[in-house]
Design a protein around this ligand. Structure first.
Ligand SMILES: Cc1cc2nc3c(=O)[nH]c(=O)nc-3n(C[C@H](O)[C@H](O)[C@H](O)COP(=O)(O)OP(=O)(O)OC[C@H]3O[C@@H](n4cnc5c(N)ncnc54)[C@H](O)[C@@H]3O)c2cc1C
Length: 509
């Protein structure tokens, strides 16, 4: 990277968000941009999570870009390697490679209020940019809980998102910590291999059947030959999920019926009453993410599996001790304990107009305007920012909506710059951010995430839901279609003449 390079847009991250941003920028005729990626290849979530059994849990025809359809998805819920290959193809097909800087971790980005631009320090050099689009992912920094004694464990330890493929699990005594979305994919995949599997479950999950199947050769040929059939399939998948939203956000009582189905799904397979009791949640379905699996419950009934209905409290030598005192000596510990979600690591590296980091600004909780922009952080936008997550549908719909917002933001900047004197920047007005978040939190009160009686990773340290969008994806698309200038302060760089005279004054002192 050349010293003092300047670009119009610096995108951070090369997952669905970063690559999508790159495609949309090019399509808008903007080629003066870079995509900064800390790792040595693209793909984000789908590069990092290579654990056995890893797959999406939203059907592939919906969990993909609308502008990059893939008639060839092999399954309803495609596996990690297919999604990763898809993203690699997106990078090639849309000519993104020249823009992508791999091994370029963003270490710090600082807003220069004089020059109205971002100064960005990366692992491979520095650059400046008019705008920063942060697409560092909601689930990209693994979280391993601070367990007393873990340091003294002499066996193998890794997180689901950092799978060690060189470690042979065959015949080993393995503990899986957690029973969230990743863990329930891992457990059935490794159960036949390992000698003994101990599952540490703090809270049982609601698990629904997974309507997975191969997409037949006929369907694939049809989708290739008659593209509207693929579009129709996507539309149907989308509509079904839009109709479900009301039950999550307004009428949680309706979820009782779904709960009955989930209970039947479990009791059909799990005959042992003691195991059933351990696996039955005591909160409303939907409060935590609903998991999909046909193989999880059967795996738990196998003779080499033990479910400890208690979280991991400490490690003594090579023995794991649960909060309820249950002990298990193991050779390997796999953490399926999720990610830093409400304490996003990139926030510590972004410094706004007054030198404050985003993490300091968010010390009482994350908030943004329309899930995207933050007061005091001009020309900075976050893909999958606060309150943009979904409980039941494809995050790609949210990402694409935000990319519309990004393109309109850049268009507005262009118009303002052409119409005024000197370059312009936009800074979200604090009152606009406040009013947006007040409305979000009011709507949050009725939702299943608030009333369902659970503690979930959707909630921050103060118990506030700052992660999920309490509406349909259609509504989110509407509210991010355009940037409303009334919600922003327009900042102006001093005209060159003013700057010269300022310099002269400075020199004369
Ligand atoms: C196992 C798993 C399964 C999932 N399944 C689904 C699903 O079925 N449906 C669904 O809608 N969602 C699913 N998700 C959520 C998923 O994360 C999003 O759908 C989507 O992939 C997020 O894309 P992203 O580009 O925002 O983030 P990511 O894919 O996480 O990409 C972020 C990128 O930013 C890079 N980065 C981070 N910090 C820096 C830095 N400082 N400097 C440079 N680069 C940086 C990372 O290396 C990474 O490449 C799943 C998540 C996981 C973990």
């Amino acid at each position: 990277m050349a010293e003092h390079e300047h670009v119009r847009v610096a995108v951070i991250g090369s997952g669905f968000g970063g690559l999508g941003a790159a495609v949309r920028l090019r399509r808008a005729g903007i080629t003066d941009f870079v995509v900064l990626e800390r790792r040595d290849s693209v793909g984000g979530t789908w590069r990092d999570n290579s654990y056995p059994g890893c797959a999406c849990d939203v059907p592939s025809h919906l969990y993909s870009f609308s502008f990059a359809p893939n008639p060839d998805w092999p399954r309803n819920f495609s596996g990690q390697e297919h999604i990763r290959a898809y993203l690699e193809r997106v990078a090639d097909t849309f000519g993104l490679r020249p823009h992508i800087r791999l091994d370029s971790e963003v270490l710090q980005a600082r807003w220069d209020a004089e020059e109205l631009r971002w100064e960005i320090e990366t692992g491979s050099g520095t650059l400046t940019a008019d705008m920063v689009v942060s697409a560092t992912g909601p689930l990209s920094d693994p979280k391993i809980p601070d367990i007393p004694g873990l340091d003294g464990f002499t066996g193998k330890v890794f997180h689901s998102a950092q799978w060690d493929h060189d470690y042979d699990l065959r015949g080993k005594r393995v503990a899986v910590i957690g029973t969230g979305a990743s863990a329930i994919q891992i457990i059935p995949a490794i159960q036949p291999l390992v000698g003994k599997l101990t599952v540490f479950q703090r809270t049982p999950a609601w698990v629904m059947p997974r309507m997975d199947r191969e997409i037949s050769g006929f369907e694939r040929r049809l989708h290739t030959a008659v593209p509207p059939t693929r579009a129709l399939r996507r539309q149907m998948l989308w509509l079904i999920r839009e109709f479900q939203v009301g039950a999550f956000t307004k009428h949680p009582a309706q979820m009782r019926l779904v709960e009955k189905l989930a209970k039947y799904h479990m009791t059909r397979v799990v005959k042992d009453p003691a195991l059933r009791a351990k696996l039955t949640p005591d909160y409303r379905i939907g409060c935590k993410r609903i998991l999909l699996s046909n193989t999880y419950y059967p795996a738990l009934t196998r003779p080499n599996v033990d479910v400890v209905a208690s979280g991991l409290r400490e490690v003594r030598g090579n023995t794991l001790v649960a909060a309820d005192g249950t002990e298990a000596e193991v050779d390997a510990v796999i953490f399926g304990t999720g990610f830093h979600v409400t304490d996003v690591p990139i926030a510590h590296r972004i410094k706004g107009a007054d030198g404050t980091t985003l993490a300091e600004t968010w010390k009482d909780g994350m908030e943004a305007l329309r899930g995207s922009t933050i007061a005091g952080f001009p020309n900075f936008m976050m893909i999958i920012g606060p309150n943009t997550g979904l409980g039941n549908s494809s995050m790609i719909l949210i990402i694409e909506a935000q990319l519309n917002y990004m393109i309109d933001y850049l268009r507005q900047l262009d118009t303002l710059t052409t119409a005024g004197t000197g370059r312009a920047a936009l800074d979200a007005r604090p009152e606009a951010v406040r009013s947006w978040n007040t409305r979000i939190q009011e709507r949050m009160r009725r939702t299943v995430w608030t009333t369902g009686g659970c503690e979930s990773w959707y909630l921050d340290a103060n118990g506030r839901n700052t992660t999920v969008w309490p509406g349909t994806t259609g509504e989110f698309r509407r509210v991010t279609r355009q940037v409303d200038l009334a919600e922003y302060r327009v900042l102006r760089a001093p005209a060159p003449a003013d700057r010269r005279s300022a310099d002269t004054v400075e020199a004369a002192r």
